[in-house]
Design a protein around this ligand. Structure first.
Ligand SMILES: [Fe+2]
Length: 234
């Protein structure tokens, strides 16, 4: 498997390139529209063909590059069927598998940050979007978020993965790049095994987070899979 972790600094978003060595088929998880040029350069340098873009959820902080990549490179945009987005080429459901040659990613519904959040489970790793972050988790105060639901998702659908599974999140604001299920179970201050569901719900209810900077532009654009996207910066 070919793998790259890519970072968009304005919104601290991680995008992941996953590709199959033999067939040269590639997939981008959570591409950011402003990073289009860097994706195409990387794909060209590695001589890869972008087959899919896949969203972990309808993002509130950045606009997906799915539509621009589809238009320019012919990739198919994939979103969860119940994510609340329209115009995708592929509607994903829990248990579906995205196949690139002998490399595959399984769709796992992990709601709570939004009702339509999914994670992608590969052989030795999981891409958790904004469900499970390194030492944290996505906020649950908008987009049908629910702390109770997120707690269930993380404990029942992510913490049940093999302990050494690598955790690649959708964001990190502190320079962390990768964790493991074992590490998050032991050390995540919100969700580690020492925290009860009730403690988590109370903690999430008291975060007092600011209104997201780009939500009014990002949400409508992402509901259209980025089709109405214009870069947020510049
Ligand atoms: Fe999000």
């Amino acid at each position: 498997m070919i793998f790259r972790q890519l970072f968009e600094p304005q919104t601290s978003t991680y995008t992941y390139l996953v590709a199959d060595e033999e067939t040269k088929q590639a997939l981008l998880i959570d591409p950011v529209v402003e990073e289009f040029e860097s994706y195409t350069s990387l794909l060209n340098a590695l001589q890869l063909k972008l087959v899919y873009t896949a969203e972990t959820h309808v993002h509130a902080d950045h606009v997906t590059g799915a539509s621009l990549l589809r238009e320019k490179l012919g990739s198919k945009s994939a979103v969860f069927a119940e994510a609340g987005a329209y115009g995708a080429d592929l509607l994903l459901r829990d248990g579906d598998v995205l196949q690139l040659g002998s490399t595959s990613l399984e769709v796992r519904h992990t709601p709570g940050h939004t009702a339509g959040c999914i994670s992608f489970v590969g052989n030795d790793r999981v891409f958790t979007g904004d469900a499970l972050l390194i030492g944290g988790c996505g906020r649950t105060d908008f987009q049908e978020g629910s702390a109770a639901v997120l707690y269930q998702s993380i404990h029942q659908r992510l913490f049940t993965l093999p302990p050494d599974t690598l955790v690649y999140p959708g964001h990190d604001y502190n320079g962390n790049t990768v964790s493991t299920i074992k590490q998050e179970m032991a050390k995540n201050p919100r969700l580690g095994v020492s925290k009860t569901k009730q403690e988590f719900i109370e903690l999430m209810g008291n975060l007092k987070l600011p209104y997201p900077r780009f939500i009014d532009r990002a949400l409508p654009a992402n509901k259209a899979c980025g089709r109405e996207a214009s870069p947020l910066r510049g």
